[in-house]
Write a protein that binds this ligand. Sequence first.
Ligand code: BGC
Length: 749
Amino acid sequence: MTRNLLTFILTSLFFFQGYENRVSSDLSKYEDKADSIISLMTLEEKIGQLSLFTSDWSATGPSIRNDYIDLIRQGKAGNIFNAYTVDFVKELQRIAVEETRLHIPLLFGYDVIHGHRTIFPVPLAQASSWDTAAIRKAERIAAIEATAEGLNWTFAPMVDLARDPRWGRVMEGAGEDTWLGSLIGAARVKGFQGSGLSDKRSVLACVKHFAAYGAPQGGRDYHTVDISERSLYEWYLPVYNACIDAGAGSVMTSFNEIAGIPSTSNRWLLTDVLRDEWNFNGFIVTDYTSINELIPHGVAANLAEAAELSINAGVDMDMQGSAFLDELPPLVAAGRVSEKKIDDAVRRILVTKFRMGLFDDPYKNCDKEREKQEIMTPEHLGFAREFAARSCVLLKNEKNTLPVPGTVRTLAVIGPLADSKADMLGSWSAAGDWSKCVTLLEGINNKVNGRIKVLSAKGCNINDSNTDGINNAVSIALRADFVILALGESRDMSGEAASRAKIGLPGVQMELASAIIRTEKPVTVVLFNGRPLAIEELNALAPAILEAWFGGTQAGNGVADVLFGDVNPSGKLTMTFPRNEGQIPVFYNSKNTGRPINPDNPYEKYRSNYLDSPNDPLYPFGFGLSYTSFSYSGITLNKNEFHQNEQVTATVEITNTGDRDGEEVVQLYIRDLAGEVTRPVKELKGFKKVLIEKGMSIGVTFTLSPADLSYYHQDMSFSFDPGEFELYIGTNSSDCVSASFVISTPQPP
Ligand code: BGC
């Protein structure tokens, strides 16, 4: 076929037909189109579509290594990541669509995890807002900014359920609960993908890391995962599944093995579960070089074996490893991998590119005007500020230390995180520019605007043993009538490859805190960190503690809004804070055991407890205070005994008993007292975030259906049992009112 004829066929295919985003009905139309391209492709060109390479970066901006440009030109690199800005993307896309034989556009991927240029709070902080609308909005803004800079694919949401705060990547997820994590994951997918993939302000979502990457032994990143099939199905897998149901178009495999089989070569996981059980019809990309890592994992003797295992397991795209590029041609020649397998993978990727409208307009995200106008707009920054405040969790507030009283004339802002711009972004901050961040000190100065005197001192570094600055910090504290102590982790102490064996305050920060608290000035600790910390000692000493996480570009302004009472804190933890590392894993929905702790004698022998630590955590899942207080009435059920398919309705009255309006996250938990399989002591099954004016009461009603009571039985069927259930409603997972009901045993016909 002459080049002109080929170009004519492709041009008519790509440019004259257009398409709408009616996903399922259009899928077969796109498959037909993809197949007509596939019929024209050489094996090398097909494998090029299955390959994803990173661009290089230089100090002055992005540049791509020449060999990758050559690979694009030869049709051997069908997808690129870590390349953004309109000029850069446009040039790479031009090479792909003008200089390659088949003119197939590139995907441009990037880790847009909590914002692109405008950085929002880290995902664990966002989850603490229990506000799925806000989470969805943040991802919408992230998608708008990312697509304004040429990107069309984000490696998010990360939805790995995590119960071990030593693991650094807990900052990227939604915490320890499956039910809440599923809602949040779905909201994030919908935010990213917006009204449909063809929209120029939508990015393709990539659900990661499939699967159970959040359960590494000892909390050590990349480590072995060994959990039962039941735990996988019950706790870990539903969150990914919820994101697939929400329409996520791609999935990333995880680095870890599960029970001896690395995810990237796990046919059961990628094909039986993801494709056959869940009907996922997008494409599966590996994590960074994770095909190559099958060799050190010890399931492949060489790269050829690794490539064979992973494509046959169900992987469609190789991130950065060159395993497909180098090894698939000889594997196909030797009959070890069928060309059909490769065609299937290419089809999924081309269909995605069709769905995204890239064949209609490969430059749809290369608009210089949008790049100028839609990045870090006042609206985006305003929302970032609001969200930073909404993500804060008030952990302690003895004697109403907070908000900062109006009588304060001199305020001291002390600590290694008081004025640290770079740390505010947290890990995975995409194209966020730390120099544009607002620190706590800046936020406070913006707030008080010269009306009160603000002093400051660093006191110590985040993580070394130098105590030289502590005396000066104490003298500054003594000159003030209120002290704000900004403590925590540096941004790189959580995130990837940032596991910690000890999760207390790093360095000499506890010494600084003790010295400042000993001044007996009113002190509030503000914590900046990307994981639950073990801060029992700090909690015992400090009168007030506000968990601010890493709040992003507007962190300082948002936290100042909370400290000064312009925003009443309403966040609640979505991950348990342990007292000490020895308790880990400690999470709210654990099993009772046959010898549960005796609450009246917590150290009783021959019970499931420790000799040297309470079982209960420092702050439980769902915990968070407000500047006001709430009281809960008893629970009213619509009835106490239900037939098999009836709904349970539970109502509680909540009164704002304090002196300011406030929002409360009302949480509903259940417990199945006797199942065919042991059940957790509590399971979250609902929540409502409600605003209650001071002095007012409102009724909150939850409805439970049989699906909410169902779980995987011995034969792995998903159903519920007749019998007695406990129902709890409360302000956190341990402080609840309760009621019980019975599901009646079906009568024989
Ligand atoms: C991470 C992924 C990320 C990828 C690309 C890997 O190291 O595990 O989450 O998407 O790099 O940056």
